[in-house]
Design a protein around this ligand. Structure first.
Ligand SMILES: *Cc1c(COP(=O)(O)O)cnc(C)c1O
Length: 394
């Protein structure tokens, strides 16, 4: 029997399937169940807590092995990773960079740090990320492809790169986007901050971009406290990424010589130690997240006007954040639902405010953002921690 939509119905279902919590049940909590204590303690005991030590190398090697991408450079956070990714593909001041309007603000900020201008693109209902079909049609309309790259006819600026983001862990249609980028001479950079453990057509995300960025912030699927990484299959870019993120110091036994303006973006050893222990658990985390979406799917199966978002057919997602999509006619109840769930001790949140509506980005170029606007009104993220499927009673 189908149940009619009401805010109360949703709260009741969430209460039923989620474990009782004395405080507030968080949207996403990290799990430390493995060697975290051991590895971090070893850093403290040995004194190697900062910018030298074995865990950074080990963490980078584990990332390479897990993702299959040939080079991984660990950095202080995902935003720094994105910043360097854009530098690596030579985004210059005054360039435009195509990014989704529906993403975390870091994607746009990294573009701004390069002196470049974010240019907002619409999303696809199927992936929640950049829509390759709409992007292609739009570029046909506004862009000229010349020998020296892609130019925006309307603004007179070069469009240098596109940065798709794998929303809540769900991969965008990478083959289609890569084809568009190739046709329009755009560099492809993946904001894979949310998609560690997500695969597109059997291959880990992060392979399609010339360079890609990961994040290990406290709320991501794997955390180093704060941290990020740059991935690339290009050896020269991998070396340059390491150089740029370690103050561009030329290796020497005692001399301090720097040959570029570099960044102090290296991940400290103590954070990498935490990351090594977390990566050992990643396959288990993903299994639990994929079990959780099944629980939610069953729980909401017969509720009208609410869908549990599931991965596109070409993807195997890490389901980093679980997502309810309200039907158009229920979108008006979104805020009421957010209030009621948070009041009931179940942390939920809406999607990010679309970036073109933030004061610092409202003058930036953008296409028609119909789908992103619709998604923004209808997305509600619900508790997603990996621990939920072990402690609860289903
Ligand atoms: C988390 C995240 C980042 C980077 O975040 P940091 O907190 O700097 O590690 C970038 N883009 C997206 C889409 C993210 O979700």
């Amino acid at each position: 029997m189908t149940k009619e939509f009401s805010v109360q119905t949703i709260v009741t279902i969430l209460k039923r399937v989620l474990p009782a919590d004395s405080g507030t049940l968080a949207l996403h909590e990290p799990s430390f169940e493995g060697n975290e204590w051991l590895y971090v303690m070893e850093c403290l005991d040995s004194g190697w807590v900062s910018s030298a030590g074995k865990y950074v190398d080990r963490f980078e090697q584990m990332l390479r092995e897990y993702t299959g991408v040939k080079h991984a450079v660990a950095v202080v956070n995902g935003t720094a990773a994105l910043h360097i990714c854009l530098k690596l593909v030579d985004v210059q001041p005054g360039d435009e960079v195509l990014i989704p309007a529906l993403t975390f603000v870091a994607t746009a900020n990294a573009v701004h740090y390069c002196g470049a201008i974010p240019h907002f693109i619409d999303s696809s209902r199927q992936t929640l990320g950049l829509d390759p079909v709409k992007l292609e049609e739009y570029l046909q309309e506004i862009a000229d492809v010349r020998k020296d790259g892609c130019w925006n006819r309307r603004t007179g600026r070069r469009i240098k790169a596109a940065v798709p983001m794998h929303t809540f862990g769900h991969p965008v249609d990478l083959d289609a986007l890569a084809a568009v980028c190739q046709r329009f001479r755009l560099e492809l950079v993946e904001d894979a901050a949310e998609s560690l453990g997500s695969f597109y057509k059997g291959k880990h995300t992060g392979h399609w971009g010339k360079v890609s960025a990961l994040s290990f912030n406290g709320n991501k699927i794997v955390t180093t406290g704060g941290g990020g990484a740059i991935l690339t299959n290009d050896e020269a870019l991998g070396r340059l990424a390491k150089h740029l993120t370690t103050t561009a110091k030329v290796p020497h036994a005692w001399a301090y010589y720097h040959d570029m303006v570099g960044y102090n973006y290296r991940l400290p050893n103590i954070n990498a130690a935490l990351g090594c222990a977390q990566l050992e658990k990643l396959p288990q985390f993903i299994e639990r997240k994929r079990a959780l979406v099944e629980v939610y799917r069953q729980a909401f199966a017969d509720v009208e006007s609410v869908q549990v978002f599931t991965e596109p057919p070409f993807a195997k997602s890490n389901y980093w954040l679980q997502t309810l999509l309200l039907d158009e006619r229920c979108a008006d109840y979104r805020d009421e639902l957010l209030d009621a769930t948070n009041l009931a001790g179940i942390q939920t949140r809406p999607a990010w405010t679309l970036l073109h509506r933030l004061p610092m980005y409202e003058e930036c170029p953008r296409m028609d953002l119909e789908v992103a606007t619709m998604l923004e009104k209808r997305i509600v993220n619900i508790p997603s921690s990996q621990k939920l499927t072990i402690t609860s009673i289903f």
